[in-house]
Write a protein that binds this ligand. Structure first.
Ligand SMILES: Cc1cc2nc3c(=O)[nH]c(=O)nc-3n(C[C@H](O)[C@H](O)[C@H](O)COP(=O)(O)OP(=O)(O)OC[C@H]3O[C@@H](n4cnc5c(N)ncnc54)[C@H](O)[C@@H]3O)c2cc1C
Length: 380
């Protein structure tokens, strides 16, 4: 009689956070065939690429979402609804907010990012951040109600980067779609919009914004909220708080860049302040070779990358290879970011594409951007 040897326990791979990186990683599940894979997802996945359409009303709410649990099951991954509360990286245990403890052999973190803004004031304008993306949907519903009542809301968008510009344009689309009027003002602390973009693209953008009746103020640093508006200092006034000025607004939308999510520093892993969880080029946490991080929550030790879906998606393939290699005891590969990324802006009825010092504007750029965004959601 032959007695089968007891089956060795399969290594446990724990994926925490169902962001763009882990959802893409599911496609590479076959490379991790030897592992038992679990995905922890609090249920908040919104596709940031569709944020513009959600705000303008071009997309229905469900069009910016997909169900990570369904996707996980399809790829033989066990989904768990929950949120990571703390971690013991030495003992290899993750604890969820509901108290459950999950042991792991390998851990990968894809926790996204957050947007920050000064605290609201009461009375004061309604304050909105651009992340989580669901906030933009709430803003849309609120403005739809105000426009339907015949109000002409004054909306101030803070931040002259790609998100701020897109949001200002989508707000104009929303007001038009509702047949109402809105005063839209875009402000930036920089001396121009889209820092680093070619001068020709910025000139084109300024003309486009003027046609859309979107006012722009540069060199304006918003410092806080106040009754009826926001306070700011102007770049040409060097007198600190003595020179605070005031701008009227019913709504202040803050699009001033993405920051690491709250609580990262409590995970017991090395953190780069203001940037996120430190990772080597292999996406491993320094000193914790069985802990990986990718996407917006991760900060490469060797260089600073903008927080973009694109980088996260490229990391997904390297992450899958390296998790597989770690399980097999094979050497790991380095993630090498692309030197130049293309920025694509959805400006409502026009698109703007920028790659290094080259740029294109028009409907073709818009069609390209929307096609890419649709492709990202097609994995559902
Ligand atoms: C308005 C807007 C428009 C944008 N447009 C573009 C664009 O057009 N192109 C582009 O490249 N980038 C764009 N970005 C940037 C883009 O949002 C991010 O780069 C991208 O979402 C990062 O993906 P990620 O995989 O790191 O995390 P995300 O996709 O943000 O997902 C993180 C996930 O982690 C989960 N999570 C968080 N904390 C926990 C926890 N404690 N436990 C468990 N799970 C947790 C969250 O619920 C979420 O599902 C935009 C951003 C905004 C705000």
């Amino acid at each position: 009689m032959t007695i089968a040897a007891p089956r060795a326990e399969r290594p446990r791979l724990l994926l925490v956070g169902a962001g763009h990186v882990h959802l893409q990683l599911l496609r590479h599940r076959r490379r991790l065939a030897d592992a038992e894979v679990t995905l922890v997802d609090p249920g908040g996945f919104w596709h940031a690429g569709t944020a513009a359409g959600l705000l303008s009303g071009r997309h229905a709410a469900h069009e910016g979402r997909l169900d990570p649990a369904r996707l996980a099951r399809r790829h033989g991954v066990t989904p768990i609804r929950g949120r990571l509360a703390s971690l013991d990286p030495e003992a290899k245990r993750a604890r969820l907010e509901d108290g459950r403890t999950l042991p792991f052999s390998l851990l990968s973190l894809n926790l996204g990012s957050a947007s920050r803004c000064p605290p609201p004031s009461s009375p004061g304008p309604r304050v909105w951040t651009i992340k989580p993306v669901a906030r933009l949907l709430a803003l849309r519903h609120r403005l739809e109600r105000e426009l339907a009542r015949g109000h002409a809301p004054r909306v101030l968008v803070v931040g002259g980067g790609a998100s701020g510009v897109e949001i200002a344009c989508q707000l104009r689309q929303l007001a038009r779609r509702c047949g109402g009027r809105a005063e839209i003002l875009l402000v930036t602390r920089e001396e121009r919009l889209l820092e680093g973009a070619p001068a020709g693209a910025v000139r084109w953008l300024m003309r486009h914004l003027a046609r859309q009746e979107i006012s722009v103020l540069v060199g304006v640093e918003v410092t806080g909220h106040a009754p009826g508006g926001v306070t700011f200092t102007a770049a040409d006034h060097g007198w600190g708080e003595d020179s605070l000025q005031w701008l009227a607004a019913d709504h202040a939308v803050h699009a001033t860049g993405l920051a690491p999510p709250e609580g990262l520093e409590r995970l017991g892993l090395p953190v780069i302040p203001g940037r996120g969880l430190a990772v080597e080029e292999t996406l491993q946490s320094p000193g914790f070779p069985d802990v990986f991080a990718a996407g917006d929550c991760a900060a490469l030790v060797s260089r600073v990358l903008p927080k973009l879906i694109l980088h996260g998606r490229h990391q997904a393939a390297v992450l899958a290879d390296n998790l597989g290699a770690r399980l097999a005891g094979a050497p790991l590969t380095a993630y090498v970011p692309r030197r130049v990324a293309t920025t694509l802006l959805d400006l409502g009825d026009q698109g703007l594409a920028i790659r290094g010092q080259r740029w294109w504007a028009g409907r073709l750029a818009l069609a390209w951007k929307r096609r890419l965004d649709r492709g990202l959601l097609d994995q559902d």
